[in-house]
Design a binder for this molecule. Structure first.
Ligand code: ATP
Length: 212
């Protein structure tokens, strides 16, 4: 992905965002901006609210206070612009367990209007080869299942990548490759927002979420 140099700069903007679970305060007020060309690493202890925040960033959950805007538009009230620009991979995303790795990725790509014919090649680029491409996803190892989900990043043209715990279960080589992919996406003008309990070996801005 290379952005047109005349295009407006990409911006995901959080203003005084507050998130709760029931009455329990989780996050905020949090203000931050993620602009084109950056990787943002959301960090914090288990249960602090990283996944909850990710769900709010992609418009799945309305913040309990404040606003989240993509290119100036509220992502919950007016999600159309965000959806056109977004690649969101949830922490438990590996597609349907009954489908093979290739079928599963083709299914996810089709749902997102992305080119399904690149599925097998994308899986190979994440290190899945041979028989594992044709195995039902539920019979793959945890790390292999994660690669199936992450293979979408090889294909997608989305500008904004929001990824929940993408490094989980990956071996060292796959982690390095994936982090390099984040850096390349940012270098091409895109935005990466990622949660992880592990350090990222690339230039990334960290936002530390603290227990309320
Ligand atoms: N569906 C739900 N219903 C009620 N409470 C929930 C739900 N999902 C999460 N929570 C609560 O919200 C809080 C934040 O959870 P969240 O998953 O956002 O944390 P996290 O920082 O992503 O944790 P981890 O690092 O363990 O993945 C936790 O106290 C959790 O119990």
């Amino acid at each position: 992905m290379h952005l047109d140099s005349n295009a407006p700069r990409l911006m995901l903007q959080l203003d005084d965002v507050v998130l709760r679970r029931g009455r329990k305060p989780l996050i905020g007020p949090l203000s931050a901006s993620c602009s084109g060309g950056t990787v943002t690493h959301l960090r914090g202890p288990n249960g602090v609210g990283k996944t909850t925040l990710i769900h709010a960033l992609v418009g799945l959950r309305e913040p309990d206070g404040g606003t989240i805007r993509w290119q100036g538009e509220d992502v919950f009230d007016r999600p159309e612009s965000l959806r056109r620009s977004l690649c969101f991979i949830a922490h438990d995303a590996s597609g349907s367990g009954a489908l093979t790795a290739v079928e599963s990725l083709r299914f996810v790509l089709a749902l997102n209007n992305e080119p399904v014919e690149q599925a097998a090649d994308a899986l190979r680029q994440t290190g899945l080869r041979g028989r594992s491409l044709m195995q039902p996803v539920r019979t793959l190892s945890a790390g292999q299942q994660r690669r199936v989900a992450l293979a979408r990043l090889v294909v997608t043209k989305a500008q904004l990548w929001v990824l929940d715990e993408p490094l989980n279960a990956l071996d060292d080589a796959s982690r390095s490759l994936l982090c390099q992919r984040f850096a390349d996406h940012a270098a091409a003008g895109g935005i990466v927002v990622v949660t992880s309990h592990q350090p990222l070996p690339i230039d990334a801005r960290c936002i530390d979420l603290l227990s309320a």
